[in-house]
Ligand binder design. Structure first.
Ligand code: ADP
Ligand code: MG
Length: 382
């Protein structure tokens, strides 16, 4: 009967979630922009329980429909507030000493910066995850002030062509910075990037203005450069338990990744080609690391890119990872959308339909099949 099927469905679904380990993948679809033809959407279905069906409306035939599964899907109408609400528990765990990484992945124009920073800072309702996170951390740390004393420091760097630069440097041109071995507990990955202690949103907004100015200086157009570099905002939290006088640390990395679009090799030359190769290499290195972690593999290839070296102590182990997969619903983006979704499928460790020999992969696949079978059964009973 209905309730048995529902309970069974829940149980299987939870088992699938558990097998995914510490990696969560959320999908966010950005709305159509003025001028885009809304009739040509590649999003056929976006379900609250994380199901996404993508198809190409300009192509006939059933094979063009593809089903993807996420921990959560945010449709075009989702607000910044809603997106943050489902991210908040992860962010707050930083105050308990966890390391957390949150990424935005997708092609240029798919809404990465909108999700992470927001379209503007002037209106609070526009704020993206970055500002809401800091606001929330201030709020919670203040409310705990009788038992724990917190200190919050912020760094922000850019990785461009495999070179790391300080985006919060206040003294002129930025040097290339080195990444240190962060396998040592609580070590700073980029000790030479300036660290700014922050106590309020006023401090934060002031700093972010420096960051944006620094990001713009060397580029002809701000958008150009920002879509070809990764920016990493790192929030370092140090807590002192006032009763026991013990010290603990947590770190939250908020990463706005470079655009994942493939660059036509025949057209790209010189600097453009070099940039494309660096981006390609670092995004696949990130994919490989998260995939290895999802598989609980004994070797995790952190050394293959600056990005994964920098985040090493916050990826894997007890650390928690969340990937926002950003989609542009326009049909012109169909093939980029599919390639973005393939990346997402891979990092979530659940490759639907892909042949893999290891047992966990097979179990997950079987569970997923049963989940969709049971879902169908429930829908029929309704
Ligand atoms: P990316 O950083 O991935 O290149 P942007 O975040 O700059 O993409 O988004 C591209 C454009 O779409 C911007 O004009 C942005 O304001 C708009 N946009 C993105 N996501 C949303 C959203 N959820 N709601 C409204 N506008 C959005
Ligand atoms: Mg951007």
């Amino acid at each position: 009967n209905y309730h048995v099927v529902l309970a069974e469905n829940r149980k299987l679904y939870n088992e699938v979630q558990d097998l995914k380990g510490n990696i969560r993948v959320y999908c966010r679809i950005r709305p159509f922009l003025p001028g885009q033809n809304q009739n040509h959407s590649t999003i056929e279905f976006a379900g609250e329980d994380g199901e996404l069906i993508v198809s190409n409306p300009l192509k006939q035939g059933k094979d063009s429909r593809k089903l993807f599964k996420f921990n959560k899907v945010f449709g075009q109408a989702a607000s910044q507030e809603e997106v943050f609400r489902d991210t908040q528990p992860l962010i707050r765990s930083v105050l308990d000493g966890y390391n957390v990484c949150i990424f935005a992945y997708g092609q240029t124009g798919a809404g990465k910066t909108y999700t992470m920073s927001g379209p503007s800072l002037s209106s609070k309702s526009d704020w993206g995850v970055n500002y809401r996170a800091l606001h929330d951390l201030f709020h919670i740390s203040h409310s705990r002030r009788n038992s724990i004393m917190y200190e919050i420091g912020v760094q922000m760097v850019e990785i461009y062509n495999e070179q790391v630069r300080d985006l919060l440097s206040t003294n002129g041109p930025q040097k290339r910075l080195g990444i240190w071995n962060t396998t040592q507990p609580n070590g700073l990955a980029v000790p030479d990037a300036s660290m700014h202690s922050v106590n309020s949103m006023t401090d934060v907004l002031e700093l972010m203005n420096i960051g944006m100015t620094n990001r713009a200086t060397s580029a002809t157009a701000l958008n150009e450069r920002s879509s070809r570099s990764h920016s990493v905002l790192s929030i370092h939290v140090r807590g002192t338990d006032l009763k026991t006088n013990t010290l603990f640390r947590g770190c939250l990395h908020l990463v706005d990744l470079a655009g994942s679009e493939r660059v036509d090799r025949s057209e790209a030359t010189g600097d453009r080609l070099k940039e494309a190769q660096h981006i390609n290499k670092s995004l696949s290195a990130l994919g490989d690391v998260i995939f290895a972690l999802a598989q609980k593999s004994s070797h995790v290839p952190y050394r293959n890119s600056k990005l994964t070296q920098l985040l090493q102590s916050s990826l894997g182990g007890q650390a928690k990872t969340l990937m926002f997969v950003q989609l542009n619903p326009d049909v012109a983006s169909y093939s980029e959308t599919i390639s973005t979704l393939k990346f997402a499928e891979r990092v979530s460790g659940v490759e639907l339909g892909a042949a893999r020999s290891n047992k966990e992969g097979k179990d997950v696949r079987e569970l997923m099949e049963q989940v969709s079978f049971l879902k169908d059964a429930i829908t029929r009973k309704d």
